[in-house]
Design a protein around this ligand. Sequence first.
Ligand code: ADP
Length: 199
Amino acid sequence: MDIVKGNGPITGEQIAERLKLTRSTLRPDLAILTMAGFLDARPRVGYFYSGKKTSQAISDNIAQMVVKDFQSIPVVVEESMTVYDAICHMFLEDVGSLFVVDKQSLLSGVLSRKDFLRTSIGNQDLNKMPVHMIMTRMPNITYCMKEDTLIEVANKLMSRQIDSLPVVKERKDGLEVVGRITKTNITRAFLSLADDHDL
Ligand code: ADP
């Protein structure tokens, strides 16, 4: 940052030379500083100091965070699975919610820990009951797409008071589940921000 501030515009090659590093070693650092908004880069001119305030750089950074960079792998079960097996599945996969798909592999429901607790304290045989009897079903499912921002996701999680959203791809006959985004992913994004900005 000091080198660019004092000498900009300056090429990546020249910065590397001054730091006695190779250009390729320096490349990720320059990419982060540019993405975070501290430096600007112009082709064939080089890097120069953008003069942007840290708070501005952080808010730009937040606004650019999108689902596809932070999502997890979805854990999916079929509508006919028994509640008992689905509870075991939730433990084995170590997740807080399961997504239910129909025979065409399209999203049909969501199962949370509370759905299982509610059913378990009732007087039902969990080994005989299929999950489609207890799931929250379409069209009442809140979902997102992989290009959505984390701000949009966080708003949905808070306003609907839920812990996770399926990430979906629209198909002509329904929604295909391609990912899962949870409060944990949002917390991870928050920490990556702290890391990027040396907080
Ligand atoms: P927990 O049961 O662990 O508190 P949630 O707060 O996510 O987890 O779930 C609360 C209720 O909301 C459950 O009945 C669940 O089926 C439903 N639910 C969870 N995620 C979604 C979603 N993305 N869209 C619609 N309903 C959901």
